[in-house]
Design a protein around this ligand. Structure first.
Ligand SMILES: [Zn+2]
Length: 302
């Protein structure tokens, strides 16, 4: 997994997967930035970025798929809502459910790589000389880490808890900006058993707080919960969902989500969306079950 991977080939593969997901290139583009993001100006112009790491073949790809998930949402809002305040995702949590659904539930699944691993190997001749099952397990390896956006699905929510607890300390207990690095490092040691060498790998790694987006981080964990619950319904309602993924037929998934979520924009509240789509209010058990099933299989826990 740690080799030098050609950047142009990484970019070409990212573009290829975006196309497979149904991202509309006539209404957007993929560029490069230090931290990946999506920005929607209208359904007709939804741009995304990713970042290419020379020694990691999947970092840029999963960044692309994540931002692509945000973009599919914004590109597929009913055009009748364009130009109104209703023409955006209904909440940060539902938005993150879409990005994280595409990135993790689909993009880190076994059927996805049974379809696309050969394509990836072909673009990096001689570099990915392991069976697809080994690759699948490698992209889902669980280990404590410093960087949120590169964290595995299982430890990811611990990165969020750290930020959420610190946000509460900032607003309720007067935690000062100057004291953030030390508080951050202490929490990383406590929750994940790791500590950064510098603040770029620590408290400065995200754009949220410097941009004033306090309260955003919990939406990622909410998104994980929504995504697991929505995936549970999709598995039952969309016939042969995993067979479709295994054949690289991702458009029916995009259409299923467009019909139930994307097209409504802000017309429906988050709670209305989750209840209309799944028949139930948000229930964290779906995420717990999803994680238990996936990682029991990968780590052969019986
Ligand atoms: Zn996101």
């Amino acid at each position: 997994m740690r080799q030098s991977f050609d950047k142009d080939a990484q970019k070409a593969f990212s573009l290829f997967i975006l196309k497979e997901m149904g991202y509309d290139f006539s209404a957007g583009r993929l560029d490069e930035s230090v931290h990946p993001f999506a920005i929607g100006l209208s359904p007709g112009d939804v741009r995304i970025t990713t970042r290419y790491l020379p020694d990691d073949v999947t970092s840029a790809l999963f960044g692309t798929i994540h931002e692509g998930g945000h973009a599919l949402y914004e590109q597929n809002i009913d055009p009748e809502l364009a130009g109104t305040p209703l023409c955006t995702g209904t909440s940060m949590g539902i938005h993150e459910s879409q990005s994280r659904f595409w990135e993790n539930v689909i993009g880190r699944s076994r059927p996805f790589w049974e379809r696309y691993y050969g394509e990836l190997q072909r673009r990096f001749p001689g570099q990915l000389d392991v069976p697809v099952e080994d690759f699948y397990r490698a992209i889902n390896v669980v280990r404590p880490s410093l960087i949120r956006i590169e964290a595995d699905e299982l430890t990811y929510n611990l990165h969020i808890i750290i930020r959420y607890e610190m946000e509460k300390q900032i607003f309720n207990e007067g935690l000062k900006a100057a004291d953030l690095p030390e508080a951050w490092n202490a929490k990383y040691r406590e929750y994940l058993g790791v500590a950064p060498d510098n603040d770029a790998e620590g408290v400065l790694q995200d754009v949220h707080w410097s941009g004033g987006s306090f309260g955003y981080f919990p939406s990622y964990s909410l998104g994980n919960m929504y995504a697991a619950q929505i995936a549970d319904t999709m598995e039952r309602e969309l016939n042969g969902m995993w067979e479709l993924v295994g054949r690289g037929e991702l458009l029916p998934i995009k259409e299923w989500l467009t019909e139930r979520i994307y097209r409504h924009g802000k017309l429906l509240e988050p709670s209305e969306i989750i209840e209309r789509v799944t028949g139930k209010p948000l229930d964290p058990d779906y995420l717990v079950q999803y994680l238990r099933r996936k990682y029991s299989d990968i780590y052969r826990l019986g």
